[in-house]
Design a protein around this ligand. Structure first.
Ligand code: P6P
Length: 338
């Protein structure tokens, strides 16, 4: 029976009901994130009108100019979750160090990118919030609880602020998408049980970096661009330059996204994207939707043991068939002619 008007909170409560052992802490944590998402969405949608556009003048730990909306999104999430009592320690792209929550009964940790793709704010391109939730070993804040492999995630998701605001997340039982109705301030179930198509239509990579890629990456991209009707090639190129937007399109329509390591920036030998709050949460979502996520030397993203909060990794993520093919190129098992 098609359910009408299932709200995201109703969906989460139903999911909790199916787990008698559940304490309600994860439900509470997710509901705090939902309130933060609505708050950030309202601000992002007003950005063009308010004087919030432009730089705040600060520079973050990544050495990037912090846009005012970045700060707003970071503070909104950080303050709500710190006050919620559900979280013992947090990591944010906008915070150099972990944020411990003292005197918390927190049973979870969270790592988040408050507003990924923020360089696109002023040109009105979709941007997003990404989050990753793990169990804490106990309520005492412990940075090691943030450095768990992605396979142990309890929940992961993103909010995309685009033509509409959508929240997409998994708690390990499939991937579900909810669309915000701003007139009532509710997220309604719009994309139940999302599954990635078996094969991609699109490939997403910054071709401007081609001369800096490893040869195996070049060979794989050349393979995708060859004509072979039987395998649906050439794929179409789609690259927005906003990870959440590129990932969301590929999740829904079928695609493979690549941000491999490149020799362009010696300070970022492992690529540009971060493990804890970009690659790992999206990898969890991808696998739950039937896709896959690896590095450009064939390691599964979800099996990587993190070493630091802002650790970067190469990310190849999307339809399993295409990620498997990419892996064979990276391992030298294929070349353009095979
Ligand atoms: P490039 C945005 O700044 C971001 O972190 C991701 O959202 C996006 O996928 C990537 O960088 C784009 O990087 O080097 O292609 O501009």
């Amino acid at each position: 029976m098609k359910k009408f008007g299932v709200t995201v909170s109703g969906h989460i409560m139903e999911s909790q009901r199916l787990h008698p052992e559940a304490t309600g802490y994860l439900t509470g944590l997710l509901n705090e994130l939902i309130v933060a998402a609505k708050t950030i969405s309202a601000e992002v949608n007003m950005a063009g009108l308010a004087d919030i556009l432009g730089m705040s003048g600060d520079i973050n730990v990544q050495g990037e100019y912090v846009q005012k909306l970045d700060e707003f999104a970071n503070n909104t999430i950080k303050r709500r979750l710190a006050a919620s009592g559900y979280v013992s320690i947090m990591a944010s792209e906008e915070e150099a160090d972990a944020v411990a929550v003292e005197n918390s009964s927190g049973r979870y940790t969270i790592a988040f990118d408050p507003l990924d793709g923020s360089s696109n704010i002023d040109v009105n391109v979709s941007i997003g919030t990404i989050f990753s939730i793990h169990r804490a070993t106990n309520s005492t804040p412990n940075e090691a609880d943030l450095l768990q492999p992605g396979r142990r995630q309890v929940a992961a998701g993103y909010i995309i602020y685009g033509s509409s605001t959508m929240m997409v997340f998994t708690t390990g039982e499939g991937v579900h998408g909810f669309t915000l109705d701003p007139s009532v301030g509710e997220f309604y179930l719009s994309h139940p049980d999302i599954k990635m198509p078996g094969r991609s239509k699109y490939y997403s990579i910054n071709e401007g970096n081609r001369n800096y890629w490893n040869p195996e990456v070049r060979a794989f991209i050349d393979y995708l661009r060859e004509e072979d009707k039987a395998s649906g090639r050439p794929y179409s190129a789609r690259y927005i330059g906003s990870l959440v937007a590129d990932f969301h399109r590929n999740l829904i329509a079928g695609g493979i996204f690549l941000y491999p390591r490149d020799s362009k920036n010696p300070l970022k030998p492992s690529g540009k994207l971060r493990l804890l709050y970009e690659a790992a949460p999206l990898a969890f979502i991808a696998e739950q939707a039937g896709g896959r996520a690896i590095t450009d030397d064939g390691r599964d993203i979800l099996d990587i043991e993190p070493e630091s909060l802002h650790q970067r990794v190469p990310l190849i993520i999307g339809c399993k068939h295409d990620v498997d093919t990419a892996e064979r190129f990276f391992k030298g098992e294929m070349n353009e002619t095979s």
